[in-house]
Design a binder for this molecule. Structure first.
Ligand SMILES: NC(=O)c1ccc[n+]([C@@H]2O[C@H](COP(=O)([O-])OP(=O)(O)OC[C@H]3O[C@@H](n4cnc5c(N)ncnc54)[C@H](O)[C@@H]3O)[C@@H](O)[C@H]2O)c1
Length: 362
């Protein structure tokens, strides 16, 4: 088997963390006997500098023609003054839309060696292992009508519209149910069905699918979004897979992310079409770029997600994740997760240590 991967490092620390991610990918391919063909493209601010726009056609074509996309991060102060239509982050939205990536998967797993990095008590967070499945291409961020209009009395009126159709709900709910079947078989569907008709429909569709589409083996619960925000802090271990709308997912996934204490640890996958896209949750961290201080583990764990979801290489993914756990258990830390008495390492050394542990487990 030979996989084509579009590698889009982006800006800031993107190229640094990507360097470690791709080395892990090449190493694991060798161990498990499959081929990887990596082709690099420039996106975001780097692309604006070179071509005047954040995503050029040839890079989009590269992404569309690949089996998977590995992305760093885009943006930075240098491009902050630009019009929204050509800002680096537009490349991200364009890629999601063009690749049909309607499902965003964000696992939130607390490595027990890092439990004290969380702002919550160890006994609350230790053992947290949940997955947020967020709808990514619909809902209030895209619904019409939207905009700000001037009223006759000189005041203004702003509108956004939350819209979901039955097929949009069904396809994201399938992703949630399927993920739950591969994990601990519990799905929490998060809505605001007591107030919003659109999520009353959401709840109705998810309930019907549970009954009629072969998901009886999954324990389904419905939770109102405000309660969910509380439950995440009160008892995060109650969650296995959570499926929700674009906006609720945007907010809850950031809240859930903070349970782990560091953004440098969190991977993500965006799925839906033929090509999956994998990226760390963090941004370009301009404050530490070029200093070998970035934590590459979110990118390395994104590579593990690619192995699992795009290449069906579950054993290879487990091996990468285990290697990360061992490195942390042995006390190695990048600056963002540093604690007294631990061994401080840079981005490159952290990557090398993970590769060493991957090799050791052979
Ligand atoms: N997906 C993306 O491409 C994406 C996501 C978020 C932000 N951004 C962009 O990134 C730029 C900076 O945004 P921000 O500062 O709000 O968020 P950020 O995630 O880049 O940084 C927030 C803080 O976390 C630290 N941090 C982030 N990733 C880290 C890592 N891997 N290792 C160690 N420390 C890390 C940074 O040093 C900083 O102190 C902005 O231009 C923003 O638009 C891009």
């Amino acid at each position: 088997m030979n996989y084509k991967i579009a590698v889009l490092p982006g800006d800031g620390i993107g190229p640094e963390v990507m360097g470690e991610g791709t080395q892990v990918l090449k190493q694991i391919a060798k161990i498990y006997g499959f081929g990887v063909e990596l082709e690099e493209g420039i996106v975001g601010g780097a692309s604006i500098d070179a071509h005047g726009k954040p995503l050029i056609d040839s890079v989009l074509k590269l992404a569309k023609g690949s089996d998977a996309v590995l992305l760093g991060a885009m943006g930075g102060p240098k491009w902050d003054g630009l019009d929204y239509s050509i800002r680096p982050e537009r490349a991200l939205l364009a890629l999601r839309l063009e690749l049909g990536l309607f499902a965003n998967l964000r696992p939130v797993k607390l490595f027990s060696a890092l439990a004290s990095a969380s702002t919550l008590k160890r006994e609350v967070v230790e053992g947290t292992d949940l997955l947020v499945v967020r709808e990514l291409t619909g809902g209030i961020y895209f619904g019409q009508p939207k905009g700000v209009t001037m009223l006759p009395d000189g005041t203004e009126r702003g509108v956004n519209t939350e819209v979901y159709t039955t097929p949009e709900i069904e396809r994201i709910a399938h992703v949630g149910f399927q993920a739950a079947l591969r994990r601990r078989k519990k799905l929490t569907s998060v809505d605001k069905a007591n107030v919003l008709e659109v999520t009353e429909l959401w709840r109705k569709v998810v309930t019907r699918m549970h009954k009629d589409e072969g998901y009886a083996g999954v324990q389904l619960e419905h939770m109102l979004v405000d309660n969910c925000a509380m439950q995440l802090i009160r008892n995060p271990k109650q969650f296995d897979v959570m499926v929700t709308t674009n906006m609720f997912g945007d907010i809850l996934s950031d809240e859930a992310a903070m349970l782990t204490g560091s953004i440098g640890m969190l991977p993500s996958a965006s799925l839906g079409g033929k090509v999956g896209m994998y990226e760390p949750v963090h941004g370009t961290a301009p404050d530490i770029m070029g200093q070998d201080k970035a934590n590459p583990l979110a990118t390395i764990l994104s590579v593990a997600m690619m192995l699992r979801h795009s290449f069906d290489q579950g054993a290879a993914a487990d091996r990468v994740e285990k290697a990360v756990e061992v490195v942390l258990d042995e006390g190695y830390r990048t600056a963002d997760i540093q604690e007294p008495g631990r061994k401080l390492v840079g981005c490159k050394e952290m990557g090398r240590l993970v590769r060493e542990k991957i090799e050791d487990r052979g």
